[in-house]
Structure formats: C-alpha cells, structure tokens
Unconditional design. Sequence first.
Length: 215
Amino acid sequence: MSAYGFDDKSCPVVPYGNGLINKTWKVDCNGNSYILQRINDKVFTEPYKIASNIKQLSDHLKEIHPEYFFVVPVNTKKGKQLLMNTEGYYRLLPFVHNSYTYDVVNTPELAFEAAKQFGRFTKMFSEFDATPLQDTIPDFHNLLLRYQQFEHAIQKGNISRIEEAKETVAFIRENKNILDVYQQLQMSLQFKKGLPTTTQRSAMCFSMAKAMVFV
C-alpha cells in the first residue's frame, strides 16, 4: 500500500468476494475503504491494456457524461493506475458502500435491470471512437470462432446434455445467418467508430455462449 501513499502497518487487508479470476481484497486506510485486486496475468496476459482501456472510457465519461458514476482505479504516487511488482499486477479502487454484486441472475427482473444498465452504459459511448481500445483477451468476442467451437461441441460433446439443450441448439443453427451480419460489421468502419454496434456483437456472442453452456 506504500505505493499509494499509505502506511502498510495501518491498513488491514482481508480477502473479499467470490471472484474466480482475479484475487481480491478489501483494504481500510485512514478511514476510507478500497478494493485491491491482483490481476490474473495468466488470463489477461497484457494487463496494461486493461488500464489503458479503462482510462480512455473514464476520460470520455468525464468530458461528455460527468454525472455518471464510474469507478476508476486510484493512482499510485507515480500517477499510474496499474502497479507491477515481483508478485504481479495490482490495482486499487474505491470501495462502493451500500453496493451489491450478484453472482447468479435468478430472476427475470434482475436480468432486465442488468440489461437496462448495460444499455445505458453503452449508449453513453455512441459518439466514442472505439478504435484505440485494445483486445484484452484475443478472440473473446470472435463470433465465428465461437460458432465453430459450438459445432465442435455438438459433434464431440456429452450426448445427454446435447439432447437436453436440443431446442437451444436448433435455435442457434436456425440463426446462423447472424454470422454473415457479424462479419459485415467487422469490416465496417462505423462498427469501429461507435459502441452501439459493439453492443450488438456482445449480445450475439452471449446468445451463442448460452447454448455452449449446456454441451
């Protein structure tokens, strides 16, 4: 914590949350609370890309939508949002009191609210040039690759689970033409200039992934 100007001895650190990718702790310093995360550099092999993306989004919101509450990492004494030491990559964020993170979406109302807030968030970037943003996990949103993985899972997957998901599998195959639209978007300059089309891409990827969960 000394990298952030705090006295290590006066800042208790305790494990926090149920995350499966990054290591997360809650830190209390000088009457304030923070979330400390060690980024899993086995998953995110270039953590600095995450910091760069967050800064670009944050700068846009500060300029165009300053009223929007957007949590950003705390800068180190050297003005960096990402700290690297011998143990890995770390970031420190303000702890948001009276907030709650849902691990499982178990009601339609909760799913609707999540989609509503996601839509609200992406709408704020309708005039944002997304070209400089960097992929933090290559091919994570590659719909063509996901569809190929889906078909491979159908051929090699668990027969009983495939049978259980047969309606969803059929739905995916009936809408394979989405791949054509996806590839057209990938070649479109407009797609790279604004996030509304990125939202559409994420929605399509989610639909494909939904079927893959069952196989």
